[in-house]
Design a protein around this ligand. Sequence first.
Ligand SMILES: Cc1cc2nc3c(=O)[nH]c(=O)nc-3n(C[C@H](O)[C@H](O)[C@H](O)COP(=O)(O)OP(=O)(O)OC[C@H]3O[C@@H](n4cnc5c(N)ncnc54)[C@H](O)[C@@H]3O)c2cc1C
Length: 419
Amino acid sequence: MSDVLIVGGGIAGLVAARRLALGGRSVTVLEASDRVGGQLARHMLGGIELDAGAESFATRGGIVADLATRLGLGGEIVPPAPLPAWLHRADGSALALPATSLLGIPSVAVASDVIEAIGTRAALRAALDLVIPAFVGAKAETLGELVRRRMGPAVLEQLVAPIVRGVHSTTPDEVSIDRASPGLRAAFLREGSLTHAVRSLRERSPAGSQVVGIRGGVVRLVDELMADLRRFGVEVRLGARAEEVTPTGVQVAGERLSGEVVVAAPGVAADRVPGRRITLVTLLVDAPELDAAPRGSGVLVAADAPGVQARALTHITAKWPWVAERSGGLHALRLSYDDAPADAVERARADAAQLLGVPLGRLVDADSLTWERAAPRTHAVDGMRFVGEAGSGTGLAAVIGHAEAEADSLLGDEMEPEG
Ligand SMILES: Cc1cc2nc3c(=O)[nH]c(=O)nc-3n(C[C@H](O)[C@H](O)[C@H](O)COP(=O)(O)OP(=O)(O)OC[C@H]3O[C@@H](n4cnc5c(N)ncnc54)[C@H](O)[C@@H]3O)c2cc1C
């Protein structure tokens, strides 16, 4: 008998389990697959261990860094190399994205790199954001509507859309402002213009970097969480798919378990809506032409770019110096695709050569991995606690902060602050 049953051993389930165990609860984690970590995982290419899923986290609020520090990984947090991301445009040309922007929204509309990207006329239209009344766009729900109304269609279509496609695999008109950039709406309402909102959010992120990683991979968070769970006597059952989940118990392989249930599995209560598939192809290549990082940290691809199927490419060894230190001069590239392309590795080689603008050299190793992302939860279940993507939206910062807060609320006054 456990006080608390946690359904799902992804980062959210493990974070909640650790917190509840620290608060004195007896906890069991039920994980359907044969490993913990969920969307945090590692794979090996040419003898180098790399993140196979999430590879970085947002610095906002210091939430993930705070957890990493409590897990003993504080000294291992690393910023990406200060290189620009590039854009592969619909006409096939490539361009470094404006340096001081947030999701492609410029903080100086008439900066030379913005003018180069969208032209003088469109940049002047974007600059109108500073003079049009603050109520314009104040009721916008989607990122697309907000940017279109404040800065015009060119910023939206040529700068913001490719980034939203690369990061969230959707369009700005389909993503809420809060999901695309938590804090942006509040900053806009406070500052009265999108330009000043972006400026204020950028000023708050440490050293200008909005994301950071962990030397050795963000998957190390999972290793350290598991070490703590073992220390605190938490039972973690693998191959334990929870069925018939209620707030007070679950069915696992014919056995009924009772306890207070916390659901940390995105697919539960999702009405069996099919999720989305994302394929990541990682290539390890011997290509000295890439030493100069010809496309900075990577390339985002405009939706209608001809001949390229990938929606984004990350030049991993250029972006993360810790990977370059371990790669012996080889280059690691990661290309992401919606769904699962046929002949994924060959497709990725062709796309990478086109996106990077140089010959790709010899392929040393490759891995293709398709992620099934569960559909978002569609309904509430009376009395049931949801954490992780099922409770807080996507991304490590959102998921970890929410899982800790939910565990604390379940503990009530019993939780002492960790120090
Ligand atoms: C390719 C990729 C790249 C990403 N990159 C980033 C990034 O760079 N930065 C970032 O912040 N975020 C990134 N994300 C998103 C981030 O990884 C996720 O939002 C986060 O890891 C979700 O954690 P979770 O615990 O809520 O869910 P999951 O990690 O999905 O864990 C849920 C767990 O529940 C288990 N489960 C499901 N059903 C049951 C059941 N019935 N019974 C028992 N167990 C069950 C699953 O097997 C899984 O282990 C990325 C995601 C992917 C797929």
